[in-house]
Ligand binder design. Structure first.
Ligand SMILES: *Cc1c(COP(=O)(O)O)cnc(C)c1O
Length: 368
């Protein structure tokens, strides 16, 4: 039976996207090389930039984290200093990368239920002129909040800092103009809002920044510059490419266009979110975040105030009805998460909410 994934990724994908991964494909085949180039160009267009405007796309094997680590471990030179803005597990993941690669860095931490405050960022940049790069998460999937990246980008531009954005769970599901937001490096992956299957990350970079990173990488396989250089030289990956995942991704891009592009996809995700919000509120569930900072990608719900509620059991019961939700990742609060992204539609969200209602009712009934 088909499971519906209400997770932050991998997500439910269409049959046609999965079918596109059914045929073997040689990594040096002209059709494959062309597909790689086409994907690189289309990703630029989705970010509202182009090669002519000075931007490049790099595809990197692995999950999204490999893409983020590729940028972090390649872009920060010996004499550079990275400011990491953290308000969740994904910000902390970048901090961990800095520690492992021994990169000069400073961290500003905000509470998990607060957005990154642009005024604090501005003050830090004024007080610490040695900072050269700033890294921030767009949609912090830990909670579902949206950080104000356009405002932070403006501040970075005013102070001439390189801005790195982990837009993993938002790219393709939220309108974003990379140049207008003053972003030099943007990272996302094949299996989030573009609705492909897992296999690779992609990085959209300002070429002038990318060229500075030559010879700077801390690892061979995640060397961003060399990965780009390889793709430019002969259209190929340096090491075994995720061929089938690439073929599925091309189909996913077609389906995104057929749906009406990012605006239409964003509208569908927002509708999913509204359906979820009203349904869960009617069942008495409370959200972790205040609505003003909550994005439409994923929502954290507090455990209900019921001693009979056990997440594992709740999860299993939903899973046996083919609804897959996600545990929480908050450091101090018990919550679970429900995603609105992937091949799921408002009627699927309604069905999920209905199932949650039934399970909760059964639980209450047995406890009486
Ligand atoms: C999904 C996600 C990642 C990458 O996770 P992987 O498991 O490596 O694919 C990174 N940052 C954010 C904000 C994410 O949502």
């Amino acid at each position: 039976m088909k499971k519906l994934l209400f997770t932050p990724g991998p997500l439910s994908t269409s049959r046609t996207v999965k079918a596109a991964a059914m045929e073997d494909m040689g990594s040096r085949d002209a059709a494959f090389v062309e597909t790689v180039q086409q994907i690189r160009d289309e990703l630029l267009a989705l970010a509202h930039v182009s090669q002519a405007a000075g931007y490049e796309t790099i595809l990197m094997q692995g999950s999204g984290t490999f893409g983020v680590e590729s940028v972090i471990s390649s872009a920060i030179g010996e004499n550079d200093h990275l400011l990491v803005l953290s308000n969740g597990a994904y910000g902390e993941r970048i901090v961990k990368m800095c520690t492992i690669h021994k990169l000069p860095h400073t961290v500003i931490r905000f509470e998990e239920d607060e957005i990154t405050d642009p005024a604090v960022v501005r003050r830090q940049l004024e007080q610490q002129p040695g900072i050269t790069h700033v890294a921030c998460i767009h949609s912090e999937t830990t909670t579902g909040l949206f950080n104000p990246i356009a405002e932070i980008g403006t501040i970075c531009a005013e102070h001439n800092k390189t801005f790195i954005v982990d837009a993993m769970s938002s790219f393709g599901g939220v309108a974003l103009d990379m140049r207008a937001a003053n972003i030099q490096y943007l990272v996302s992956s094949s299996n989030k809002c573009i609705e492909g299957i897992p296999g690779f990350a992609f990085i959209i970079a300002e070429k002038k920044e990318l060229l500075k990173t030559k010879g700077q990488a801390r690892s061979l396989s995640l060397d961003l510059y060399e990965q780009w250089n390889g793709l430019e030289a002969n259209g190929q990956f340096r090491f075994t490419p995720p061929t089938l995942s690439i073929m599925a991704f091309r189909q996913a891009l077609r389906e995104l266009e057929e749906e009406g592009g990012i605006p239409a996809r964003e509208a569908r995700y927002r509708k999913n979110k509204e359906t979820l919000d009203s349904g869960m509120a009617a069942l008495g569930f409370q959200q972790y975040l205040r609505p003003e900072i909550q994005g439409h990608i994923i929502t954290s719900f507090l455990y209900p105030n019921d001693p009979n509620f056990h997440f594992e059991d709740f999860y299993q019961q939903l899973s046996s009805r083919n609804f897959v939700i996600y545990p929480g990742k908050l450091s101090k609060t018990n919550a679970f998460r429900i995603g609105n992204i992937g091949q799921i539609f408002p009627e699927d969200v309604s069905a999920l909410v209905h199932a949650i209602g039934e399970i909760m009712e059964k639980q209450t009934a047995t406890s009486k």
